[in-house]
Design a protein around this ligand. Structure first.
Ligand code: AMP
Length: 113
């Protein structure tokens, strides 16, 4: 996978549209195109790193940037409370191999409703 055929790199480059929620120097947050919860935002680093473990090895500070951005998104959208999920590997549900945190909140009904 190179950045040229990575869909998230293309979103970051502005070649594919997204519903942007937040942008910092290092991350972009945008709404998931197929939301699985009332709040479902992806936080994506601007550098191409394939998964969360690779990020921890190559650029651990980016994980802090993702977590901080997730908190800002949740502060704005769901009273500061959120799940932050990193699917890692195809059999764990990862479909885009550019690390991203799913910021999710189930809304007023809660997860078990
Ligand atoms: P994962 O399956 O954990 O790799 O998450 C990838 C997520 O990216 C999925 O939840 C998709 O719905 C989402 N997704 C794929 N393409 C786009 C897109 N163009 N804009 C927004 N979200 C997308």
């Amino acid at each position: 996978m190179t950045t040229a055929d990575c869909i998230f790199c293309r979103i970051i480059a502005g070649e594919i549209p997204c519903e942007k929620v937040l942008e910092t120097d290092t991350v972009l947050a945008f709404r998931d195109i197929a939301p699985k919860a009332p709040v479902h935002v992806l936080v994506v680093p601007k550098v191409h790193i394939p998964n969360v473990a690779a990020a921890a090895a190559l650029d651990p500070a980016i994980l802090g940037d993702i977590a901080s951005a997730a908190q800002l998104v949740a502060d704005a959208e769901c009273e500061g409370q959120f799940r932050l999920i990193f699917n890692t590997g195809e059999r764990a549900g990862q479909s885009v191999f550019h690390v991203h945190g799913h910021v999710m909140n189930s809304g007023a009904l809660g997860w078990d409703a």
